[in-house]
Design a protein around this ligand. Structure first.
Ligand code: FE2
Length: 224
């Protein structure tokens, strides 16, 4: 269960990219993909609006530029600073508008199996984006622009959606994120219980597409 309360919000947070230089490769990858998930879910959530949209798009742009370098060259301060800013800007955005079912579905994976939060998000993100695509209008095209994807201008909405999802799937793969739930010790017999927990998660109501518990189960099964 995720605890959200004014009393568990820090009064001061220190964002210091130098401290991040010693993060292991897998932690850099997972937390970076968590930040990307915050930005994408914050940009597409039902409650998104102009005041936070530009933050999410800027965060996506910074992550596209810097995450791979931060993973592969941990001492590169330009990349570490870029990711430090990106995660903070994404957080400023989503904290004001909420998230969606990538987070709803990632939370029980952490609770049931101790799967790192960022790994769970990164693995689920492309599957949920594909499910949500009919409800986000042209927003995936905006994400592709922020990523610097070539040739997105002339594409149909459907092709642009597909291209955007593939860019994100490939980024996760390149930085060593597992692609399927069965690779990370998830058991198929638990999927129904996971789906119920995810459906009841605080983030579900913000998802751009209306969901029922069977939709969430189907996404888990596909990701399995
Ligand atoms: Fe998160």
């Amino acid at each position: 269960m995720v605890c959200i309360d004014p009393n568990d919000i820090p009064i001061i947070a220190i964002v210091d990219a130098e401290l991040m230089q010693s993060m292991p490769r897998s932690l850099t990858a997972a937390t970076g993909m968590d930040a990307l998930t915050h930005a994408i879910e914050g940009y597409t959530t039902k409650n998104s609006w102009e005041m936070t949209d530009f933050m999410e798009l800027k965060a996506i742009n910074l992550i596209a530029k810097h995450l791979k370098t931060a993973v592969n060259f941990p001492l590169d301060m330009e990349a570490r600073n870029g990711m430090a800013s990106a995660q903070y800007i994404a957080g400023m955005g989503f904290s004001n508008v909420g998230l969606g079912i990538v987070h709803s579905m990632a939370h029980p994976l952490g609770a049931f199996y101790d799967i790192p939060h960022g790994v769970a998000n990164a693995l689920l993100l492309p599957y949920v984006m594909a499910f949500n695509a009919p409800s986000v209008g042209e927003k995936y095209r905006d994400i592709a622009y922020a990523f610097g994807v070539d040739g997105i201008d002339g594409m149909s909405t459907e092709d642009a959606n597909h291209a955007t999802i593939e860019v994100i799937r490939n980024l996760a793969k390149e930085i060593g994120i597992p692609q399927k739930l069965h690779e990370i010790q998830v058991k198929s017999k638990d999927l129904v219980r996971l789906a119920t927990a995810a459906f009841n998660d605080v983030c579900t109501s913000g998802n751009p597409r209306e969901v029922i518990v069977q939709d969430i189960l189907a996404i888990y099964q596909e990701a399995y």
